[in-house]
Design a protein around this ligand. Structure first.
Ligand code: ADP
Ligand code: ADP
Length: 236
């Protein structure tokens, strides 16, 4: 599903954020990307959905080349959804409207401005809110919700995109332990029931080993670990 070949990213100023990474993620896997702050997790994830342009190397998702033509990139952005540590919701919009924003990736930015959502879009949004247990918050402003609830809105927004891959950049790093588990439980159920391929960066090793099927470790931009979760000991 995801194929990363000889990927390196050097930012302007000479920071080598990702160094020669090779990684293949198969359909339906739940991969935890572990590493300290600055290890390159975020950069690696952003190379997968085309938010960051790699210096060298190649990334394909479902055989679409991330560095391909703009048409290919647009199709890829529909298939690859992302959630973020700080949720990235539109604060002033309602929960439902935030979820509907996930439908915008279907058309270009030009059409987004004047797009009117269809009934089918709204059905999808309601279903997604049900999946994350937030239908009763649909008409509240996003910034009135707790952090854990906001991240669940982020997941619902990703789901209406009907993606094949979900990238999550430290999705529980800002949450308390109870909300973290709720979010991880939802991610696990999406992985199990919808067969969505998950690549989730995190720094909580215990949580990663509990939920993921495979763990990949990054240190200073290099891949230093790649094992099935059940074979990993903390010494690794
Ligand atoms: P992580 O997600 O593991 O914390 P990042 O990918 O955010 O790691 O960062 C990897 C390295 O790249 C760090 O040294 C960081 O300071 C640097 N970096 C990240 N983004 C940029 C950027 N836009 N410009 C320059 N350096 C960056
Ligand atoms: P399902 O098809 O799984 O039964 P729906 O997604 O149709 O569920 O609706 C789930 C819930 O959301 C229901 O309680 C329904 O009344 C409510 N709902 C669905 N669509 C809307 C809407 N456009 N406005 C307000 N409430 C809605």
């Amino acid at each position: 599903m995801i194929r990363i070949t000889n990927l390196s990213k050097e930012y302007r100023g000479g920071v080598k954020a990702v160094v020669d990474v090779n990684l293949e993620v198969h359909k339906g896997e739940f991969v935890a990307l572990l590493g300290l702050s600055g290890a390159g997790k975020s950069t690696l994830l952003r190379c997968i959905n085309g938010l960051v342009q790699p210096t060298t190397g190649e990334v394909t998702v479902a055989n679409l080349n991330v560095n391909g033509r703009s048409r290919e990139l647009r199709e890829l952005r529909r298939r690859v959804a992302m959630i973020f540590q700080q949720f990235n919701l539109v604060k002033r919009l309602t929960v439902l409207d935030n979820v509907l924003c996930g439908r915008l990736s279907y058309c270009g930015i030009f059409f987004s401005c004047c797009r009117i959502f269809s009934d089918a879009d709204r059905e999808l949004a309601w279903h997604a809110l049900a999946r994350v247990g937030l239908q009763d918050k649909a008409f509240q402003r996003a910034d009135q919700l707790s952090g854990g609830q906001q991240q669940r809105v982020g997941i619902a927004r990703a789901l209406v995109q009907q993606p094949e891959v979900l990238l999550a950049d430290e999705p529980v790093a800002s949450l308390d332990p109870k909300s973290s588990r709720r979010v991880m439980d939802i991610l696990a159920s999406i992985n199990r029931e919808d067969g969505l391929t998950l690549l989730v960066s995190m720094h909580d090793v215990d949580l990663a080993l509990e939920y993921a099927s495979r763990v990949v470790g990054l240190r200073d931009g290099r891949m230093v670990l790649d094992k099935p979760a059940h074979t990993v000991s903390k010494a690794d």
